[in-house]
Design a protein around this ligand. Structure first.
Ligand code: ACO
Length: 324
């Protein structure tokens, strides 16, 4: 049987980092009251990056993809498949994945976007793994890239302090050895209302609310509950024991969510990769960004068992267990 394995990772963060204090001052000028201390203690976020100027979803995704290809030692012409997870594409169509294909010069690759909000990267990884295992493609670039700053209502302090922009990527290739050990994806569309961006373009105008809206407490509770249960059910289905797990790389929304999941799984906090402090919540980019940082810093090494987890709007969630 064939498997897929991650050969390289990459990431891109916008040049502009914005501290809690800078954001607080910007909001104060609009009459919106918050504090650097509130943001840090309630979320663990210290700063986030915002795309500006020539930094677009496509450019950030392309930069992250180039790094992943370089680390895998593969050139763009050999890529078979590009899947890009995003909820903030540069336009309605063509897909951002097609823009990345053109920018990379990956002429042979098929390319499409996946939209599962903050679960997008684990959704995309699961599809790429299936297509590799079924023999349809020999390799895949899987990217999560977001410009969530575009969806912020700067008058809404309950959301605008939480999010940031960025991109992360992983290059997967067919392999004799796993690689990806198992995947589990879930969705519950009845919870669509707790986290959404409702607006759309109709007859040349934006119809509905163009901003991200969230019931923070409902999302918090749901995230802790589904991340815990998803990990447990995936481990059971592939006969994997928690003590074999080296690192958890969960979606980076709030450090309190990450610690609650770790407690639920009885996993020491030292084995949870936490980047939310530096990046804020970058939605579909958060998991591959965190993975790339942990790999680049030498924390995650070849042979480590790593659980990647996403959770977000839809409501969607999922887990992918990988041997690096
Ligand atoms: N600055 C100051 N005060 C604030 C701010 C702010 N930026 N935002 C909210 N408050 C106030 C509220 O108005 C409220 O005041 P009140 O008690 O007078 O009504 C008070 O702080 C407490 O609000 P809560 O919503 O109870 O605060 P909580 O501790 O739940 O933290 C938060 C809110 C950070 C949104 C939290 O619920 C959370 O992290 N939820 C998870 C949602 C999440 O991370 N979503 C990201 C997208 S989803 C995903 O990626 C899975």
């Amino acid at each position: 049987p064939q498997h897929s394995a991650i050969l390289g990772t990459g990431s891109y963060l916008p040049r502009r980092a914005v501290s809690n204090q800078e954001l607080t001052d910007f909001l104060a000028a609009k009459g919106v009251e918050t504090s650097a201390e509130w943001i840090q203690t309630r979320t663990g976020i210290l700063q986030r990056h915002f795309a500006e100027g020539d930094e677009t979803n496509t450019s950030m995704a392309t930069a992250a993809a180039k790094q992943a290809l370089a680390k895998a030692g593969v050139d763009a012409q050999s890529v078979d498949l590009i899947i890009l997870a995003t909820s903030t594409p540069d336009q309605i169509f063509p897909s951002t994945a097609c823009g990345v294909q053109a920018a990379l010069g990956a002429q042979r690759a098929m390319a499409f976007d996946i939209q599962a909000v903050c679960s997008g990267f684990v959704y995309a990884l699961t599809v790429a793994d299936s297509m590799i295992r079924s023999g349809q493609v020999r390799n895949a670039l899987v990217i999560g890239s977001e410009v969530f700053s575009r969806l912020m209502d700067w008058m809404d302090r309950t959301t605008c302090v939480l999010f940031g922009d960025g991109a992360g990527a992983a290059f997967l290739q067919v392999s004799e050895e796993p690689g990806v050990l198992g995947c589990e994806l879930k969705a519950d569309g009845t919870l669509g209302c707790i986290l959404n961006a409702d607006g759309r373009i109709e007859n040349g105008r934006i119809v509905g609310d163009p901003f991200l809206r969230m019931d923070g407490q409902a999302v918090f509770k749901q995230a802790v509950s589904v991340l815990g249960s998803s990990a447990i059910s995936l481990f059971e289905s592939v006969d994997f024991q928690l003590d074999q797990l080296d690192f958890l790389v969960p979606h980076q929304a709030n450090v309190r969510i990450l610690h609650a999941v770790a407690r639920k799984l009885k996993l020491p906090e030292s084995r949870v990769v936490v980047t939310v402090g530096q990046h804020g919540n970058t939605s579909a980019a958060s998991v591959p960004l965190a993975l790339d940082l942990a790999v680049s810093s030498g924390l995650i090494k070849k042979g480590h068992n790593v659980l990647l987890q996403g959770v977000g709007g839809g409501f969607t969630w999922g887990s992918v267990l990988v041997r690096m």
